[in-house]
Write a protein that binds this ligand. Sequence first.
Ligand code: MN3
Length: 236
Amino acid sequence: MLHRRDFLLTAAAGVSTMYISGRASAADPAPPFTLPKLPYAFDALEPSIDAETMSIHYSKHHQAYVDNLNKAVLATPELKGKSLDALITNLDAVPEAVRVAVRNNGGGHWNHTFFWDVMASPGKGGQPKGDLLKAIEASFGSVDGMKTAFADAATKRFGSGWAWLVPGKEKPLEIVSSPNQDNPIMDGKAKPILGLDVWEHAYYLKYRNLRAKYIEEWWNVVNWDAVAANFAAAKA
Ligand code: MN3
């Protein structure tokens, strides 16, 4: 899972390199960033996340972040060739005219690409074990303790945003939340190992206003094997 994401980021950087090296032209405006392939079918996360929500979330929302990021990047010569990570971890270097667009849409692209990879069909994502389980227990007492703290952060995030499980400084793992499409790497923190989208578009069709119910059901589709791979990569 992690390798796939790294490949996508690398591939995105490769495409933008092709753009500046002249393989694309105004008549063939190859955009630098592309929608990653969803690693499962739209209905794979049923019943926790319904197929219609997945379809709209991926095909419309994530696609819009990609398209709007490309618009901002292609309009700004000094940004061509920059990877997504380079763009969103150094927003001060992004010209002010497109900084908000890059923050929101670059963050949206990064966050959703990450989000799809930390979910799997119910029963297919394994359980926390090994080093990951030890880190969770050392940080939160138990897996249930972590889930309670995570759900609390996700529930209390006012408006639209995300909750994240990230490698910490005080403890092996910490929970943070971010507004809009911000994420921990924008703030210079470690790369998260798990994240949850709590924008209403992620749950409103099925759960209406019941964000807490969505969060509770979402644990059934967490891909713990992918989370463990993220954790191992963070420690490497
Ligand atoms: Mn979303």
